[in-house]
Design a protein around this ligand. Structure first.
Ligand code: NAG
Ligand code: NAG
Ligand code: NAG
Length: 284
C-alpha cells in the first residue's frame, strides 16, 4: 500500500513538474493531419506515402505529434512551436515577433513552416535535408500555428502561466486550448471518439464552411505557404476568445466551453484544409 502511495506521488509530481507547452495535444494534431491527408492530390498523397516512416502505416495522423516528443532532446526546435507577440497588442508582425529568446530572426512557428516547405520543394532532387523529418515538422507546425495561444503574449508564455480551473480541475489556460476543450467535446458529444469528432468537422468543411474553404486554401501572393496570415488570425482569436473571460484564478465551465468550442473546431478545420493545400502546392 505504502509503495503504491509513493509511486502515485512520484507520478503526480512528475506530471506537475514537466512543462506543458506543446501544441494541440495528440488528438488536435491527429485531427488536423487526418483531415489534411484526406484532401491530398494523387501526387501529394504519393509523396507523403513515400516520406512517412514505416511505423506510421501511411497515416499522417500517427506522426503529427512527433515534433512534440523530440523537442526535449532536439532543443533547437523548441522555439519553432509558437510565435508570441507583445502583450495586449492583438496583432502579429513577422519582423517584430518571429524570433527566438536570443532574438534570432525567423526562429518561430511561421519561420519554421516556411523552412520546411522550402525543404520539401526539393523532393525528388538531391538534398542534404531529411525530408521525412521536414514533413513531420511541417504537419505539426501547421497545426500549432492554428492553436490561438501559440500566437499568444510573451510575458505569460502563450497563457502557460495563467492558472485557471477547467471545471473542478486545476489547469493552465494554454493547456485548456491544447487539450481540454477537445477532450471535453469528445467526451460529451462524440462518444469519447476522435474519429466521430473528426468526421463532424469534415462534414462542416463540406457544408457549413463550404463557401469559405477556397479562401482558406489560397495564399495571397504566389507563395507556396502563407503562415503569416494564420498567425495574425491566431492572435486575434487569442484576444477575442482565449484570454477573454479567463483571467488568472478563473473557473471555466459550460459558458466558456460551449462558446469556445466552435472556435476550436474552426481552427482544426482550417489547419487541416491549409496543410493539405500547402502539401498539394509543394508536390504538384
Ligand atoms: C530549418 O530546418 C533545419 C533542419 O531541420 C533546422 O536545423 C533549422 O533550425 C530550421 N530553422 C527554422 C527556422 O525552422
Ligand atoms: C530521417 O529522419 C527519420 C525520423 O527521425 C529517421 O528515422 C531516419 O533514419 C532519417 N533518415 C536519414 C537518412 O537520416
Ligand atoms: C457544424 O456546424 C453546425 C451548424 O453550424 C454546428 O451546429 C456544429 O456545432 C458544427 N460542428 C462542428 C464539429 O464544427
Amino acid at each position: 500500500m505504502e509503495y503504491y502511495k509513493i509511486q502515485l506521488v512520484v507520478i503526480v509530481s512528475l506530471m506537475i513538474v514537466l512543462p506543458n507547452t506543446q501544441g494541440w495535444g495528440e488528438d488536435g494534431h491527429a485531427i488536423i493531419c487526418r483531415i489534411a491527408q484526406s484532401r491530398l492530390s494523387d501526387s501529394a498523397a504519393n509523396a507523403v506515402k513515400n516520406l512517412l516512416p514505416e511505423y506510421a502505416q501511411n497515416d499522417l495522423g500517427n506522426v503529427c505529434s512527433w515534433a512534440d516528443r523530440v523537442r526535449f532532446y532536439l532543443h533547437w526546435s523548441a522555439p519553432l512551436h509558437f510565435a508570441d507577440t507583445p502583450d495586449n497588442l492583438c496583432n502579429y508582425q513577422y519582423d517584430r515577433d518571429c524570433k527566438d529568446q536570443d532574438g534570432v530572426k525567423g526562429r518561430c512557428v511561421v519561420g519554421a513552416i516556411k523552412n520546411y516547405t522550402d525543404q520539401l520543394l526539393d523532393y525528388g532532387k538531391n538534398t542534404q535535408n531529411n525530408l521525412t523529418q521536414a514533413l513531420m515538422f511541417l504537419s505539426h507546425f501547421m497545426g500549432d500555428v492554428h492553436q490561438p495561444l501559440h500566437v499568444g503574449f510573451t510575458s505569460d508564455r502563450g497563457a502557460n502561466s495563467i492558472n485557471v480551473h477547467w471545471y473542478t480541475r486545476k489547469q493552465n489556460l494554454h493547456h485548456v486550448w491544447d487539450v481540454n476543450i477537445i477532450e471535453t467535446a469528445e467526451e460529451r458529444f462524440y462518444d469519447s471518439n476522435i474519429d466521430e469528432f473528426t468526421n463532424a468537422i469534415q462534414e462542416n468543411i463540406t457544408k457549413t464552411w463550404s463557401d469559405q474553404v477556397l479562401g482558406w486554401e489560397t495564399c495571397d501572393s504566389k507563395e507556396t505557404a502563407c503562415p503569416d496570415i494564420y498567425a495574425s488570425e491566431g492572435v486575434q482569436a487569442a484576444c477575442q476568445w482565449a484570454y477573454k473571460g479567463a483571467p488568472e484564478g478563473s473557473v471555466l465551465e459550460d459558458d466558456y466551453f460551449l462558446s469556445r468550442l466552435p472556435v476550436v473546431s474552426l481552427r482544426l478545420a482550417q489547419g487541416g484544409v491549409r496543410l493539405a493545400a500547402t502539401l498539394n502546392r509543394i508536390f504538384g
